[in-house]
Design a binder for this molecule. Structure first.
Ligand SMILES: [Zn+2]
Length: 225
């Protein structure tokens, strides 16, 4: 689970990985015969028994640096990824965050990354914590974001990521009912296709920490099979 790939001076919420570190992390994966892919490809491959050696790479919030820095590096490695876009904030900035302002992808940038084979998925409309919404707002966050993104990329949107990783059984049921095929959580109490666990990767993650995170994630994944 990544957010932003960019140079930074301050990063209080630890959401930014420097371009040089990101490049080394991709090289680290490739050196171990691991290939980064989007979540839809990862889930399809697992279902077909071809999941070995694949690592799902996700980028939350849809920062502009995803288009300008992350995607060019991913494509150089032949990797894919999923980007979770906040549909009501396209072309603006991370107004929900009290950290440094970061620009979000424009509609053109989103169409360009989709055209490059990157999976575009939904992170809701306004990046609100879904357990705090009423039923109408919850439905709008899920259904309107999906419809807006489908129109934007002229294709199906099948994935969702819960803002802040906040999801109770109510939100998980609502995401399923809204027609999403899968959803990414962070540390779900009961992992499922609509509450997939993810592992945070940050700027401090060099080879030793990467290795520990891969092992831990694999144990976590297997323990529920
Ligand atoms: Zn987010």
């Amino acid at each position: 689970m990544y957010h932003s790939v960019d140079h930074f001076d301050e990063d209080p919420h630890l959401v930014t990985v420097s371009p040089a570190r990101f490049e080394r992390q991709l090289a680290w994966l490739r050196a171990r015969d691991l290939r980064g892919v989007g979540m839809r490809e990862l889930l399809d491959a697992h279902a077909a028994g071809r999941g070995r050696g694949l690592v799902g790479l996700t980028f939350d919030d849809g920062y502009a640096d995803f288009a300008t820095r992350a995607v060019p590096a991913l494509l150089r490695y032949g990797f894919g990824a999923t980007v979770f876009v906040v549909s009501g904030r396209i072309g603006t900035y991370n107004a929900w965050d009290d950290g440094p302002r970061k620009p979000l992808m424009t509609a053109d940038q989103i169409r360009t990354v989709a055209g490059a084979g990157i999976e575009v998925a939904s992170h809701g409309r306004h990046h609100v914590s879904l357990p705090r919404t009423d039923d109408t707002e919850l439905r709008e966050e899920l259904e309107e974001s999906r419809a807006a993104l489908e129109e934007l990329v002229d294709g199906q949107i099948t994935g969702f990521a819960y803002p802040y990783g906040h999801a109770t059984s109510r939100e998980i049921d609502a995401v399923r009912a809204a027609g999403y095929d899968y959803a990414c959580d962070i540390t779900p109490e009961a992992p499922s296709r609509h509450a997939l666990p993810r592992t945070y990767v940050g700027d401090r993650d060099g080879p030793l920490r990467m290795r520990a995170k891969v092992v831990r994630h694999e144990l976590r994944r297997r323990s529920r099979v």
